[in-house]
Design a binder for this molecule. Structure first.
Ligand SMILES: Cc1cc2nc3c(=O)[nH]c(=O)nc-3n(C[C@H](O)[C@H](O)[C@H](O)COP(=O)(O)O)c2cc1C
Ligand code: SF4
Ligand code: SF4
Length: 295
């Protein structure tokens, strides 16, 4: 038996959250959802956690598909932490519904407001120096809750958000298949391959030294914020502009997409680009914990 926390991340907020909770639990493993869920069973786990960003007012489709394919102990204490910047929408209930189909109950659900990272749409906000300390504080409190196996009803969307989502976000999600068309690679690229190694969706392949995008991108921003030469741009032009505009009448977000060269980029300050390439980490019980147990 053991504890496993699965995370999906682009810019490290969710990985940081998984680390903080794992650190508190001790004897926990954190596993990236970039792994193969068939090889990462949680069948024998006491505690199973899921940590993920919020995309378009729901759980990232890639993370949802991962949980669908994962085997989970039906008796486990299962928790979910969503990491939105402002609107969590139906993220937690989407996960709860996937679990329900597996006859698994979500014991604890919570959300932690984090720095907004969608670099091809806006600069990071609120400023990291203001939001990160608040995020850290809340995560530590959540880690205490989970360590004590507290029960908590997961956050749900209001009926207003639900209606707006159907109108604004659902049509936008239909454009996801074109999400990586506008990526550009400048001459500054040194073919180091880091963008490919950080991508949680195996969406980047180096062809003759040049990153090429394989059209199953979630726009997670990992490649953009990790490139040491800032060689990755985003520019909607020509046919893509016509395609995206025509299918996006209710999704004005497309109209402001782009990546100015001087835009500030964000990655969680506790997470490095090398961390984003990892598939797993182990957290052993702390020495003071074992001391407590023997006294
Ligand atoms: C493609 C995309 C869509 C996003 N949509 C939302 C959203 O609907 N609501 C929200 O609050 N934040 C949204 N965000 C912000 C992220 O959820 C937030 O910054 C998150 O903490 C990033 O987590 P990560 O660092 O683990 O990738 C979006 C970010 C991206 C990249
Ligand atoms: S990380 Fe940047 S420099 Fe390295 S291969 Fe990718 S685009 Fe090129
Ligand atoms: S290609 Fe870049 S933005 Fe798209 S999923 Fe991979 S790392 Fe994220």
């Amino acid at each position: 038996m053991g504890n496993k926390i699965y995370y999906f991340t682009g810019t490290g907020n969710s990985m940081r959250a998984a680390r903080i909770i794992a650190d508190k639990l001790g004897d926990a493993e954190i596993i990236s959802m970039r792994t193969d869920p068939k090889e990462e069973s949680a069948r024998d786990c006491d505690v199973v956690g899921f940590v993920f960003p919020v995309y378009h007012w729901t759980m990232p489709a890639y993370a949802a598909a991962y949980v669908e394919s994962l085997e989970i102990n039906p008796k486990a204490y299962v928790f979910a932490i969503a990491m939105p910047s402002f609107v969590c929408g139906i993220a937690c209930e989407t996960l709860a519904n996937i679990l329900k189909k597996k006859r698994i109950r979500l014991s604890y659900g919570n959300l932690v407001y984090s720095v907004a990272n969608y670099a091809i749409v806006y600069p990071p906000f609120p400023p990291a120096k203001l939001r990160v300390p608040a995020t850290e504080k809340k995560l530590k409190a959540i880690a205490e809750d989970i360590n004590a196996r507290k029960l908590r009803a997961y956050p749900r969307a209001s009926s207003f958000i639900r209606r707006r989502r159907e109108k604004v976000m659902v049509p936008y999600l239909k454009l996801q298949q074109y999400a990586d068309n506008p990526f550009t690679i400048s001459d500054a690229c040194v073919s180091c391959g880091l963008c490919s190694r950080v991508c949680p969706c195996s969406n980047i392949e180096l062809v003759e030294g040049k990153p090429t995008f394989r059209h199953h991108c979630t726009n997670c921003m990992a490649c953009v914020v990790s490139c040491p030469k800032r060689a990755i741009g985003y520019e909607i032009k020509g046919e893509d502009r016509a395609l995206l505009d025509s299918s996006s009448s209710k999704t004005p977000i497309v109209k402001i997409m782009g990546l100015p060269k001087n835009r500030k980029l964000y990655r969680n300050p506790y997470i490095t680009a090398a961390d984003l390439t990892k598939d797993r980490e182990f957290y052993k019980a702390k020495i003071e914990n074992s001391y407590d147990r023997t006294n």
